[in-house]
Design a protein around this ligand. Structure first.
Ligand code: FMN
Length: 350
């Protein structure tokens, strides 16, 4: 007999819950389940220093059942890295603040990766692989020579700091049109691979190091940097060879096929090509009714893809903003109690 508020015993749990509750390993790091908190910029760190409220924000999601938190984009030390001083930084003067955040998360059993970020051509003024001219004015300068080396050094220093601070791993933000992505789109894969190689050399062979990448950018949701699976393969195999351990294929809708002739999504193709631990993301559980329904956005569709081996981990973004306990509620079969996401949730913190 079930009592209110008591979870169903394991044998009654459905396939999704059983499968996504399984532990997972990236390198030597044990994750307690397959639920990942997607990186989400919240701009709550005055002067780039995360506060105790930021610690509380992450703690709530960790206590809510997430297995791996990926922090909001955290900028490396470079003068053009961020367009707001409320975005957290990784630097010597923020190390203690980050350690306080991690100390709050750690007892929950959740692990934390920092997402290393530089806004590149999205910032104004900006710096990127290629210059950008708008209305006759150069608003983004091309990174060359010493300027290029500075960017390289900033990411390496950020990675070294991340490990020293005690993050469990690093995700390079190589998606959405920002700095690292600008190099991928400009055909300068070698710069990104050199960076990965140097970070790998500095953090050692077992420290988890992954990259987030995407077709879309914040300026163009329809952008495609990989026209074919072969193009994707060229990039991913080079990154793997340079020392990348996991892939985070950023899509806006997990159920959409990526290339003609197959229904694999971007994570599915990535996993098939590179055979690395892979995270899928994009509207998972965003509309509770749809997720527990039987359409393309449903958990059945998610699990059909999981069972085929398209991905190992599932990142959840906006649902965790409206409901820090989203994972626990899903696992405990309490979907009627989930607080659905709406734009108001973007204004609520922690
Ligand atoms: C408020 C907000 C901030 C975000 N900030 C970041 C970020 O800092 N880095 C990043 O890679 N993606 C960022 N994203 C994208 C999310 O990580 C995620 O990919 C996207 O929201 C889709 O997942 P969802 O449908 O579960 O929300 C952000 C999304 C939102 C809603």
């Amino acid at each position: 007999m079930l009592c209110y508020g008591v979870s169903e015993p394991n044998d009654k749990k459905d396939h999704m819950i059983t499968a996504l509750s399984q532990p997972y390993k990236i390198k030597d790091l044990d994750l307690r389940n397959r639920f990942v908190m997607a990186p989400m910029t919240r701009k709550q760190s005055p002067g780039g220093v995360p506060t105790s409220i930021v610690a509380e924000y992450y703690h709530r999601r960790a206590a809510g059942g997430v297995g791996l938190l990926i922090t909001e984009g955290t900028v490396v030390e470079h003068r053009l890295a961020a367009n707001s001083d409320q975005i957290p930084r990784i630097a010597e003067d923020t190390a203690a603040a980050w350690q306080a955040v991690l100390a709050k998360i750690e007892p929950t059993g959740s692990k934390t990766f920092v997402q290393l970020w530089h806004q590149g051509p999205i910032n104004r003024p900006g710096i990127a692989a290629r210059s950008v001219v708008e209305e006759g004015r150069e608003v983004v300068v091309q990174a060359e020579g010493k300027a290029l080396q500075e960017l390289f050094n900033a990411f390496v220093a950020g990675a070294v700091s991340a490990q020293k601070i005690g993050f469990d791993g690093i995700e390079l933000h190589g998606a959405h049109g920002y700095l690292i992505d600008s190099f991928l789109r400009a055909g300068q894969l070698a710069f990104v691979c050199d960076l990965v190689r140097e970070i790998r050399r500095q953090v050692g062979p077992v420290y988890p190091l992954g990259i987030r990448f995407s077709q879309w950018t914040v300026r163009d949701f329809e952008a495609k940097q990989f026209a074919t699976p072969q193009e994707l393969e060229k990039t991913l195999l080079a990154l793997k060879d340079a020392g990348i351990d996991f892939l985070h294929a950023s899509t806006r809708r997990f159920w959409l096929p990526e290339f003609d002739g197959s229904d694999l999504n971007l994570a599915g193709w990535s996993k098939k090509i590179a055979d690395l631990p892979t995270i899928t993301v994009g509207n998972v559980g965003l509309v509770t009714g749809e997720f527990f329904g039987d359409g393309p956005q449903s958990k059945q569709e998610l699990m059909r893809r999981f069972d085929r081996g398209e991905f190992d981990l599932v990142a959840i973004g906006r649902p965790l903003l409206s409901d820090a306990d989203w994972c626990n509620k899903v696992v405990d079969g309490l979907q009627d109690e989930i607080i659905d996401f709406n734009d108001e949730a973007l204004k609520v913190y922690p």
